[in-house]
Design a protein around this ligand. Structure first.
Ligand code: NAD
Length: 357
């Protein structure tokens, strides 16, 4: 039976970069190496335009019926004044919640060819290869109660709740341990156990899960120190696991160590490794429609999809190598442009990767 992929370009540069990533999947389909069917659906602002809400019913149904989802990016200034539940972000959050995509995998890899693009010294970041595993469907972004209230004196207060159940911590730590087993077998769990009870429980559950992974060297770090260490000596880390909000912040920090937001893919997985794959960046309204967006993060997201959901690691490896070769040839989109290199646009970069394949 064919594998089913839902393609959701979304808004802004999402449309341009997804088109290049789809070409890679079509190439494998044409050559008979991947039995795949692709269907496209609107999400985010495009969902609102098409059906009056950021996650139209048909889009959700397609996502549920698919083996994997290729997601571009959502958002744009034209949607900023909509009511909160109609905003593009709700489309993304809705998919994560509806599909129970609780494990967010965010690699921060620095291709040696781009070592100069980082704001840190090349010797600190060259060869960087970290995997951050972020819990994605729990924690303070979802905890109840939440809101803004006015007390008797007329003063307003805003509040959110940081809550994790043991089961939620256990399943995300096992995803992280499994990934560590396929890498350098080192896992650092990031928490704030010195201050937060929820972190105390988190640490206890991670340690317990670790008993099933005796080969993995488990360490713990407070989140403030982790932020510092990521900038000081990032190569000390192999796999990191952390709760939703800490992961949100740390993974952006790790991403910037690599110089460009346009290079980094991500995966969000459910308990059966069904997943949604997307670049970590947004819809970049400032460059949308100009044909200059870097499509490599989305192309590398396809590689992650092949590796984690579609069981075609050999094709994923090929894509990784092809991207390296294109960089070796000196082709660069403006976001990663350097002296002596050749500047290319979105389509040219996509075609160059295809040519290498
Ligand atoms: P952004 O990631 O869209 O852009 C930040 C900067 O990085 C911009 O200067 C942009 O031009 C550049 N950039 C991003 N991707 C690039 C690429 N592939 N190639 C070259 N340059 C690239 O973040 P933002 O500007 O804060 O947000 C813009 C919109 O995207 C907002 O509506 C926001 O809500 C949304 N957003 C969506 C997602 C998502 O879809 N997952 C994530 C973040 C932000």
């Amino acid at each position: 039976m064919s594998l089913k992929i839902a393609v959701m370009p979304g808004d802004g540069i999402g449309i341009e970069i997804t088109a290049e990533a789809v070409k890679i999947l079509q190439h494998y389909k044409r050559s008979g190496r991947l039995d795949v069917e692709m269907d496209e659906a609107p999400v985010g602002g495009a969902g609102y335009d098409a059906a009056g809400k950021p996650l139209p019913d048909e889009t959700l149904a397609l996502a549920k019926a698919s083996d994997a989802i290729l997601f571009g990016a959502i958002g744009g200034p034209e949607y900023d004044s909509l009511a909160r539940e109609l905003r593009p972000e709700k489309g993304l959050l809705g998919l994560r919640a509806e599909l129970d995509l609780f494990a967010n995998l965010r690699p921060a890899i620095l291709y040696p060819q781009l070592a100069d693009a980082s704001s840190l010294k090349p010797e600190i970041v060259a060869g960087l290869d970290i995997m951050i595993v972020r819990e994605l469907t729990g924690g303070i972004y979802f905890g109840q109660p939440r809101g803004i209230e006015t007390d008797a004196s007329g003063e307003r207060k805003g509040f959110n709740t940081l809550v994790y159940k043991e089961g939620e911590v256990d399943r995300i730590s096992r995803v992280a341990f499994d990934i560590a087993m396929k890498r350098d077998k080192r896992l650092c769990s990031v928490d704030k156990a010195n201050v937060l009870e929820v972190s105390e429980l988190w640490r206890e559950v991670v340690i317990n899960a670790g008993k099933d992974y005796p080969e993995v060297e488990l360490s713990h770090m407070y989140v403030d120190n982790a932020a510092m260490q990521l900038v000081k000596w990032p190569k000390q880390f192999d796999v990191m696991v952390t709760k939703n909000m800490f992961g949100d912040i740390l993974s952006d920090c790790a991403a910037m160590l690599t110089g460009s937001i346009g290079m980094l893919p991500s995966a969000s997985l459910d308990a059966d490794s069904k997943g949604m794959y997307e670049p970590i960046h947004g819809s970049a309204p400032d460059i949308a429609g100009k044909g200059v967006a870097n499509p490599l993060a989305t192309i590398l997201s396809v590689a992650m999809m092949l590796r984690y959901s579609l069981d075609h690691a050999e094709l994923a490896d090929e894509i990784d190598v092809a991207v390296g070769r294109v960089l070796d040839k000196g082709l660069r989109t403006p976001d990663i442009m350097a002296e002596g290199c050749k500047e290319v646009g979105t389509i040219e970069m996509g075609e160059a990767v295809l040519a290498e394949l």
